[in-house]
Each structure stands twice: as C-alpha cells, then as structure tokens.
Design a protein around this ligand. Sequence first.
Ligand code: ZN
Length: 281
Amino acid sequence: MRASPDIVINHATVRERMRLDAFLAGCAERGMRQVSIWGDEVERTGLDNVRSLLAQTGLTVFGYNRAGPLTATGPAERADRAARARREIEIAAALGADHVMVFTGGLPAGSRDLTATRRRVADTVAGLTEHAGTCGVKLAIEPLHPMLAGDRTCLTTLAEANDLCDRLGDGAGIVIDVYHVWWDPALEAEIRRAGSRILGFHVNDWLVPTGHVLRDRGMMGDGIIDLAGIHGLVREAGYDGPVEVEVFSDRWWAEDPDVAIDTAIRRCRDIFGSAAGSERP
Ligand code: ZN
C-alpha cells in the first residue's frame, strides 16, 4: 500500500520481525521519504551499511533513537552515560537525522530523590544540547507517561518539556507522543506554548483496559485518544512535519510486519486525512 510522504513509521513498530534493511526497503516501496530508527539496529547493521541503504532507497532519517538513559547512581556512571549519549548524537548526525530522541531514564537504583534526579538530568541535557549543536542535529525532548516515572523517565509532562526548552534554547525541541500526553488537562495550552519547538508527532492509541504500559499500545483508532483533535492542535501550533507511527505492542509485534505497516497507513489516512495519509501516485 502506498503511503503519503507525510507518514513516518518508527522501526520499533515492526522490528521484532523485520530487520532494518527490510524495513527501509518496505518504507521506500510504499513511497515514504523518511524513517525513524534505533541505534541498536544501526549497530547490528553497521553504520556504513545503513548509510548506503539510505542512499540506495532515497530515504532520510527523521527521528534517531536515542541519547540516554542519562540517570545514574553516581558521577562515574553519569559521565559514562553522558559520553555514550554524545556518541549516539554523533551517529545520528552521521546519518543526517532530523532529531535525536532524549531518553532520560528513571530514578537511579536505590534513589527516591526525584527532584535531584530531574535537576541532574536537566544539567546533562544542557551539555548534550551544546554537543548536538556542534554536530548539527537537534535534540528532541519527549515527555513520557507518568506511569513510567519509576523506571524510564523523570520528565512526564509537556509543561516540564517546555520549561526545559526555555532553558536549552534553540538546539532542543519537543516530540509530542499522544500515548504519553493525551490525559494532560494542560495539553492544549502546552501544545500552543510549544509552537515552533515541536519536532515530531508520534501516534498510536491508549487501549482500555491497558495490559502493559510499555508493550500494549494500541494501533490508531483502537483506543480512546482523540487523535484527530490532538493532531489539529499540533497543526494549529505550527507543526508541519510528518505524523510518526510508533506502536510498541506485543499484539502488533506478533503480526506480519507488512500487515502492521499497511494497517498503520490505512488508519492514518482515515484519522488524519489529507494532512497525513492521502494516497499520492
Ligand atoms: Zn514516542
């Protein structure tokens, strides 16, 4: 099924059963222009191989996952993780990525001090933003759902992401993932506040009931998120980039990856209309 160039598939949606080379070929065959990819798959495939696959298919990298985790139990681990994040930023730049996703990590083992963790992460991200600027790539702050605050993030709302970007300046922006922010009473105001900072818009759905907060995201349309409504807010705020499909789901990982991609394209077309999904020759 051909897709609008305004759709990006995040490789995580199908990577359990589709390696990076097949994924890139599948996106190119469907007429997509950009892909979002993960560093572990780049490592598995080889950086030079990925660069030539991109050149062959004409695809460019939209989101690169990821710089982080950054939280650590002490200065040595923190320095080690920051160094690793800098290397990931360099790989993203070498691949010409539009932006690098920042993954903060949750509370360090043994810690209950979320306030100090947040402060340290902000300092680390400030340093990484400078490095990213030198490399010529933008950092993307993505607030994650508060249910993930224990083990995966210390940054859980769009308001926090906007506050952090106030400090970071132009080198960083925000990725809005509906799964993480749909519940937020301040959503509309914070999307408006984010404005030109919005670097990406991730779509999936919130299932009721949700079996697992990490591995049970829904395909767009199968849950309760007002996807068209949030998409409208993001567009009104000035975002004119693609809609990125990112479905972490045991159910969809078990599916034929081509079926998952085609289903995602169809759902985007139904929900987002001509802004992301109209079939073009
Ligand atoms: Zn996301």
